[in-house]
Design a protein around this ligand. Structure first.
Ligand code: SF4
Length: 66
């Protein structure tokens, strides 16, 4: 299940998330952020909080963490 999502309607391609968290976000050819690694880390949460359009959604529901 996807934990991190970028709302393509909201993303303005500013690149802030990719700068904060280059392992997780990449700006694609459409100049929109894309999730390249679906793992929620503190940097991902920070990137979501700093996104100017709140385009990054994180599923907080806990699954088994083994
Ligand atoms: S910070 Fe938000 S608006 Fe900027 S590229 Fe990332 S998802 Fe898009």
């Amino acid at each position: 299940m996807e934990k991190i999502k970028v709302d393509k309607e909201l993303c303005i391609g500013c690149g802030a998330c990719a700068a904060t968290c280059p392992d997780t976000f990449e700006i694609n050819d459409d100049m929109l952020a894309e999730v390249i690694k679906d793992e929620v880390t503190e940097e991902v949460i920070e990137a979501a909080e700093n996104c100017p359009t709140e385009a990054i959604k994180i599923e907080e529901n806990k699954e088994d963490e083994n």
